[in-house]
Every structure is written in C-alpha cells, then in structure tokens.
Design a protein around this ligand. Structure first.
Ligand code: GLP
Length: 241
C-alpha cells in the first residue's frame, strides 16, 4: 500500500488525477473501473480539465462502473449512469460503445448481474480501479455482513447506506432498496487500485479499513491484501491513522 497525504480535498483530487494519468499512460486500451458518490467528483473534474488541456484522451478507454441502483433507468437523475454522464463522460472524448454500467431497470437484476460478470470476465483484469469507501466500510455496494461475494451480484442496501445516500434523492423512501454491484473478487483482481477519501467523516472508517483487522464487517479492510493500491487521503480523512 502506498499512501499519499494532502493538505486539502482539492489537492487530493489533483494528486489522484495525476496518478490516474500516469497509471493509464502507455496502455493502448486502458480498462478502467469507475466509482460514483461524492468522493470521485473532484477527480473527474480534474480529468475533464486534463482532457481540455490535451493531457489525456479517453478515445481508447473502456470503462466499467462498479454498481447501479436496481429499478432506476439510465436517464433517472439519481442513477449512476446519469451521474457518470454529468461528471465525466459528457466532458471527454469517450466513445459511447466503450462505456459499461450495469442496467438498473431490467426485468431480472440477477440475470443482469450475471451478464455483467461475464462481460468483466471476458474483458480480463481491469488496469485501474477507482475506488472510495462508504461510511460503514462498503466498497462498491459490498455491504458489511457475515459473508462477502466475489462476483457481481444483487445486494440489499443497508438502512445506513440508504440514509447516507438519501442526500441525493428527493426523499429517503425514494432510495432504491437494492443495487447491482461488482463483487470483491473482481475489485481485487484489478491490476491497480486508486483509492480516494476526503473529510473528517471518513477518518474512523479509513483507520478501520487500513489499520484494523481484515473483516467482512469492514469490506474495505480487504484492500489491505491488494498488491498494488495507492491510497490518496486529505489530512482530515487521514487524521486517525
Ligand atoms: C456509494 C457508492 C460507493 C461509494 C460510497 C461512498 O453509494 N456505491 O462506490 O464509494 O457510496 O460515497 P461518497 O463518496 O459519497 O462518500
């Protein structure tokens, strides 16, 4: 694990963007795992800026998002598909056919999860997985529990997660009850992980994930086992390490 500490959230975004550009440079067809949530928004802004400054092109990139809410169409303002368009894809030269996100509004989310898993298996290991962590230790939507899944699956969201995520929904009731998420196996298979966290509210979970015991109660703690992970933290998120 390689840690990078920054004085501010915006320095963290810029540092992570620099790393991302370095990690993908020289790869003909970079396969990238993408995350949503507030954390990567600043990184995506930096990448759009870097694209405008001709420091990076996404033309040959293949992207695979970590997760999607069950039941939401891709043009639903709270779907992760919509989020990605807003925060990254609309601002860069990525080809639409190269974007992959599990579909939330399907008849059988389980079938969709299996299809997405097959897609990832055929693609092979991702070159870089961008990742952050939920307040309860989830990565992607792999929620704490007695067991963790290796493959893409449908997961019931915990009430905690639904409450935290309700900030971006008109009301708590509108937060979907479940999601499709990559499993830990696929996340851990990525050749490199670019992990980011910012803010005091993440300080406890960052301490537990990176210094605590490996436990399914903190899915992020498994990242300690990854051979090639960069952890980019602002000083608030790092304050309990
Ligand atoms: C979300 C996502 C995760 C993300 C986490 C933290 O719901 N499924 O991929 O890392 O919650 O979100 P935030 O960055 O807003 O704290």
């Amino acid at each position: 694990m390689k840690f990078y500490f920054y004085d501010s959230a915006s320095d963290t975004d810029q540092g992570a963007a620099k790393s991302f550009i370095k990690m993908t440079n020289g790869i003909a067809t970079p396969k990238i795992g993408l995350a949503t949530g507030n954390t990567p928004v600043g990184l995506y802004q930096c990448l759009v800026q870097a694209y405008n400054q001709k420091k990076i092109s996404f033309k040959t990139f293949l992207t695979y998002n970590l997760d999607e809410y069950v039941g939401l169409t891709k043009d639903h303002p709270q779907s992760f598909a919509y989020f990605m368009n807003e925060h990254l894809f609309n601002g860069v030269d990525i080809l639409e056919g190269n974007i992959h996100i599990p579909q939330g509004n399907v008849e059988s989310p389980h079938v969709e999860a299996a299809k997405y898993e097959k897609l990832l298996e055929d693609a092979g290991a991702l070159d870089v997985q961008i990742l952050s962590i939920g307040l309860n230790g989830h990565i992607g939507f792999n929620e704490p529990g007695e067991k963790l899944h290796s493959k893409t699956h449908v997961i019931e969201l915990t009430e905690d997660t639904r409450r935290v995520n309700s900030k971006s929904f008109p009301s708590f009731e509108e937060v979907p009850l479940s999601a499709i998420t990559l499993g830990l196996g696929t996340i851990m298979k990525a050749k490199k992980i670019l992990f980011i966290a910012k803010g005091f509210e993440k300080a406890d979970i960052i301490q537990q994930a990176f210094e605590g015991p490996l436990t399914t109660d903190v899915p992020g703690s498994l990242l300690q086992l990854h051979p090639n992970i960069e952890v980019h933290l602002d000083k608030e998120a790092a304050s309990k390490l």
